[in-house]
Design a protein around this ligand. Structure first.
Ligand code: CDP
Length: 571
């Protein structure tokens, strides 16, 4: 296997199985064999032992060539006593102490197994409201979020990394202003990403500068009216200050809800790429696009046949994961087996563009994204339809948008995950993000791990063009960007533009084109330079809604003291 030094460090520290003394007892190849074997075990239902052996080989072959990788819990847990393989869960938060603490217990156990959890806290009555059962005063959603956060801080996921939560509050909840500013002080709710659940009605009220009503979630009565613009400004100010809150566009999400008969979607998983109903879970995998570049420049430099084969294998792999995974609670098993949602996405998009010498901020990149993702989604859908013919449709199919015309095995198929860890294992750029920097440091607070990455395409390119002179390279690696280098030709600086140098409008264009072919959602962070204005973030959030995104997140460089990515190799 071709693994980078960083990949080996990450695998050893977090993924490879250990014995009771805590010593690593498998190699990366052993790990992938363990995963391929455990997942192919599902095939016994449809093809007996022969199918298990056949698919074990096919899965191992694809994984060991790093053609695709499943989400971390599958790599960590498949074939081990912790059989929970999904990264994404959504749990309900009812308006009762009993209900909230029962969800807290389930959250703790999900996170212990490596899963991330998302919640919408909008059903909880507001702070200072009357509680009739014991004559007390309600604490409100944000206060309960702090309890969930404390639980997360004390539970390492599978003992290996810190857990992640998504906390959502709808824009008409009376506590929305408290929620919006709940992360402004650094360190508060650090185990949560927070997002305001907004509706088209709210966005139009902001556009019209109209009044906005906050309503009691239980009685539906209007509690007060505020200016939509004022609330919007508070959201923008907080997002500018610290990166939180993001927005979740509830109407856009629900217009694509594949099972409207089962209720409205109110929440997503922690990084936003999977909108889910309460008690749903989803398992993810990502295709490593760099493996399908043929070497020709431009948009046709992709080996479409091999890509198609990998998408088919990965889709089948994810459907098999549902069979072999332990979903921990009966409510979750019912929902997961009923809808069979899976999320196949991509990683290495920025690297693929570099290999084809297409700048990220060029129309050619967007044109290629249309072609690639149109193809990607079509193959995922065709594979799910083929699996339905072989194995039957998902049980809730008759209540889905696919009924009656299109028998499908899975209620959703495509999801663009951040691939924060698995892209390190594959040694490629994460998800659809542009290069964060040509050299950068990842800081993982939870286990004190610091990794330095230098983009290999940059090194190869400058070597090929005889630009590998220490006086040129030194300052670039130190700062992480080539933009200010007076020696490099313009086209090189253009090609190797990094996240903070690329105009946010291009970040949005990439997110929007990938969303167009993604039935779940696209997780993307619009990384911005430190000097970005509030007005710029206002524009980004508005345009995100107009572009029919399902969610939006921004992060202004250094707006928090502790964050994950730092430009420059720190030489
Ligand atoms: O690369 P990896 O498979 O580890 O994960 P990712 O693509 O960065 O994130 C996918 C999902 O995994 C997130 O949306 C969360 O649901 C979950 N996750 C988590 O629970 N805890 C983390 N520390 C990171 C991700």
């Amino acid at each position: 296997m071709q693994l980078t030094e960083n990949a080996i460090r990450v695998l050893q520290q977090r993924y490879l199985a250990r014995n009771e003394k805590g010593l690593v007892m498998e190699t990366p190849v052993d790990m992938l064999l363990r995963v391929a074997k455990a997942v192919a075990g599902a095939e016994v239902h449809w093809g007996g032992e022969a199918a298990v052996i056949k698919w074990q080989e096919i899965f191992f072959d694809a994984l060991s060539q790093l053609h695709f990788l499943p989400n971390s819990p599958t790599l960590m847990n498949a074939g081990t006593p912790v059989g929970q393989l999904s990264a994404c869960f959504v749990l309900p938060v009812p308006d009762s102490i009993d209900g909230i603490f029962s969800t807290l217990r389930q959250t703790a156990l999900i996170q212990q197994s490596g899963g991330g959890t998302g919640f919408n806290f909008s059903h909880v009555r507001p702070e200072n409201d009357y509680v009739s059962s014991h004559g007390g005063i309600a604490s409100g959603p944000v206060s309960f979020m702090r309890i969930f956060n404390a639980a997360t801080e004390n539970i390492r996921q599978g003992g290996r990394r810190r857990g992640a939560n998504m906390g959502i509050l709808n824009v008409d909840h009376p506590d929305i202003q408290t929620f919006v500013s709940s992360k402004i002080t650094e360190g508060q709710l650090s185990g949560f990403n927070i997002s305001v659940g907004v509706t088209d009605e709210f966005m139009m009220a902001v556009e019209r500068n109209a009044a906005w009503q906050l309503k009691h979630p239980v009685t539906g009565k209007v509690v007060k009216a505020i200016s939509a613009q004022q609330l919007w400004d508070e959201i923008i100010y907080a997002a500018w200050s610290t990166g939180d809150p993001g927005l979740i566009f509830l109407d856009t999400i629900n217009s694509a809800n594949p099972t409207p008969g089962l209720g409205r979607i109110e929440a997503t998983n922690p990084c936003g790429e999977v909108p889910l109903l309460p008690y749903e879970a989803c398992n993810l995998a990502s295709v490593n696009l760099t493996r399908f570049v043929t070497g020709r420049k431009g948009g046709d430099g992709i080996d479409w046949d091999s890509l198609e084969k990998t998408i088919k294998v990965a889709t089948r792999f994810l459907d098999d994961v549902i069979e072999v995974s332990d979903h921990l609670f009966p409510e979750i098993t019912t929902m997961v087996k009923g809808n069979r949602k899976i999320g196949l996405g991509v990683m290495g998009w920025a690297d693929l563009l570099l290999m084809l010498e297409i700048p990220y901020d060029d129309d050619a990149a967007i044109t290629l994204a249309h072609k690639l993702m149109g193809f990607f989604q079509r193959v995922c859908y065709d594979t799910s339809a083929e699996l339905a013919a072989e194995r039957g449709t998902f049980p809730n199919w008759s209540q889905s948008i696919f009924h009656p015309g299109k028998p499908m095995r899975n209620a959703t198929m495509v999801s663009i995950a951040p691939t924060g860890s698995i892209s390190l294992i594959a040694g490629v750029s994460s998800s659809i993000e542009p290069l964060f920097a040509l050299a950068f440091r990842h800081r993982q607070v939870a286990d004190d791990m610091e990794l330095t990455s230098v983009n290999t395409h940059f090194l190869t390119y400058i070597e090929k063009h005889h630009l590998d002179i220490p006086e040129v390279i030194g300052p670039i690696l130190e700062s992480g960007v080539a933009g200010s280098s007076s020696v490099l030709p313009d086209e090189v600086r253009r090609l190797f533009k990094t996240a903070l140098e690329i105009d946010p409008a291009w970040h949005l264009k990439h997110q929007a084109v990938f969303q167009q072919y993604t039935d779940n959602a696209v997780s993307k962070t619009i990384n911005l330079p430190q000097g970005t204005s509030r007005e710029a973030i206002d524009d980004i959030y508005m345009n995100a809604w107009r572009s029919k995104l399902k969610g939006i997140t921004v992060f202004r460089y250094s707006s928090r003291q502790h964050h994950a990515l730092y430009t420059g190799a720190g030489l």
